[in-house]
Design a protein around this ligand. Structure first.
Ligand code: ATP
Ligand code: FE2
Length: 335
């Protein structure tokens, strides 16, 4: 059976995955760039991707026993993301497509987070809560586009968690460690109250904001509050802000499914909050496996498969990367 290959290289993660024509997913092989100190430097991340891409492709093809003549097309993340990182993925995708003489398909990374979730969970017309490092958006399909109903006005929720973690000496990615510390705090303090660790709430109309929350959380640490307690408070404030906007989107649009996506959707607490909110309104809550919440090549392949079904192809002259590509600038032709 023919296979679509997907290349992901928008930021820290270089990843190659695939999907069979039937829609059956083939898990990705990935390499994560971890800066020695500080935040991500786009050029250093791009160098990491160039150094590892050949090894990761070979590993992916070998592990899955994929013959080159079974490859139907090569999909890649065209944007949004960091220019130097995107350029590595795009160049490799062009080279592979021309060597194998198969079509190239440039896809929108944000929409790939949605489509992998639909593939995995079977939900049909969800409100998507897309919570990753660089992006925080509440999205729903209207007409031929995925529209952004609300989004962060400053930093992405994952970047906020990573920055807070880094200031406490916790290496990237900080989100999983914050989750562990918060879980431990609740286990030890089942009746914990937010009163003495209150933070600014993140809802701004239908939009979100996390930078004030980040500054205030750091201030609590400076005031001597235990790290685990502040991590718990930070999660409670940040996640409930996102869930509130998601709930309002459900109500306004009359939809009945929520789909979580992006790296922060690995977090059990945000999943639980979504589930509780949905139960209370007679809606259902969904999320893909963790390996498909974080950035992965398989989701790029899945969007490539769908685009291919509606005969989309990206000619080389249109295959330039677009670091600022918006969720709502892509026409959804496959539904
Ligand atoms: P995008 O380009 O879509 O913004 P990204 O480059 O941020 O994606 P992802 O892999 O989607 O990459 O998300 C990574 C983020 O997810 C990091 O900020 C990381 O801390 C966060 N994350 C991962 N696991 C958890 C978790 N269990 N709890 C909270 N945050 C998490
Ligand atoms: Fe992502």
């Amino acid at each position: 059976m023919g296979i679509v290959i997907g290349l992901e290289s928008t930021a820290h993660t270089l990843s190659i995955g695939g999907v069979k024509e039937s829609g059956e997913l083939i898990p990705s092989c990935s390499a994560l760039f971890r800066p020695e100190e500080g935040g991500i430097h786009p050029r250093e991340a791009a160098d990491h991707h160039s150094e590892n891409v050949s090894r990761i492709i070979t590993q992916f093809l070998d592990i899955n026993n994929i013959q080159k003549n079974n490859i139907l097309s090569i999909a890649f993340s065209q944007g949004p993301g960091l220019g130097p990182c995107l350029r590595v993925g795009a160049s490799v995708a062009r080279a592979l497509a021309s060597e194998l003489n198969v079509p190239l398909i440039g896809v929108n990374h944000c929409i790939a987070h949605i489509e992998i979730g639909r593939n995995q969970t079977g939900c049909t017309d969800p409100v998507l809560l897309y919570v990753s490092g660089g992006n925080t958006q509440v999205i729903a399909r209207m007409g031929d586009k995925y529209r952004v109903i609300g989004e962060t006005l400053d930093i992405g929720i994952g970047n906020m968690l990573d920055k807070f973690a880094r200031a406490q000496g916790i290496p990237f990615p900080g989100g999983p460690e914050i989750e562990k510390l918060a879980e431990r705090w609740v286990a030890k303090n089942p009746n914990a109250s937010l009163i003495d660790v209150e933070l600014p709430y993140g809802v701004q109309g239908m939009d979100l904001s996390f930078s004030g929350m980040l500054t205030a959380a750091q201030q609590l640490i400076n005031d001597g509050k235990p790290l685990a307690q502040v991590c718990w408070s930070l999660q409670e404030h940040a996640f409930s802000s996102c869930i509130e906007v998601t709930e309002r989107a459900l109500a306004h649009l009359g939809k009945t499914e929520v789909l979580l996506g992006g790296g922060v959707a690995c977090n059990l607490r945000i999943r639980q909050m979504s589930e509780i909110m949905c139960l209370e309104r007679g809606a259902s809550s969904h999320w893909p496996e963790k390996q498909y919440c974080i950035d992965n090549g398989t989701m790029i392949a899945e969007l490539g498969r769908l685009a291919r079904l509606s005969n989309e192809e990206t000619v080389f002259s249109d295959s330039k990367i677009n670091p600022l590509l918006r969720t709502d600038s892509t026409i959804v032709s496959w539904l």
